[in-house]
Design a protein around this ligand. Sequence first.
Ligand SMILES: [Zn+2]
Length: 190
Amino acid sequence: MANPLFDRALPEDLASIGQRIEYKGKISEFHRLVEIVEAELKTVSEDIWPRRWQDAAVDIRLDFAWADLQQKIPRVTGRISAEMPAVCQRCLEVFNLSLEVALEMLLVRADAQGDDIEQTAECEIWEIGEEALRPGDIVEESLVMSIPLVPRHQSEDACGVLAGEIAESGLKTARPFADLRSQMEKPNKE
Ligand SMILES: [Zn+2]
């Protein structure tokens, strides 16, 4: 079935018909996001990778319309939310990063005149060429831009909870290397 999210279309046509796109998808449909998550997960042990993380949800609603009365500048507004695994840079555990993007974007031709754009300068600008665009590219770019530079658990309290629980419950054999390491470190400390 055709999906307007991944089909190419002229932004002017999308604005003219007031195209609405609602789609519940998966991370696996966005290749750059997959690459980013993979690169990040590769920095930690495969044992703690979330299973089937590629199935994490991406929830999308986009609305195309004209930004101006002259119907020259297409605009897309909407809301995108996504879940993706990330490595906390404070405790190095994998956690579920929630991304939320409120989109308000003007689709402006590279040769557009400044006057047309100025009145709505608060919107983001997505430069378009003569060719058709894929709305999914806008979604993916917006999500990538919303990933924090240093992903971390929201609060320090959430950090390392899992590691703490395992140690407290006495399941020491679950982390043989951690035990080995702490034994090896002891002589140095005394
Ligand atoms: Zn953490």
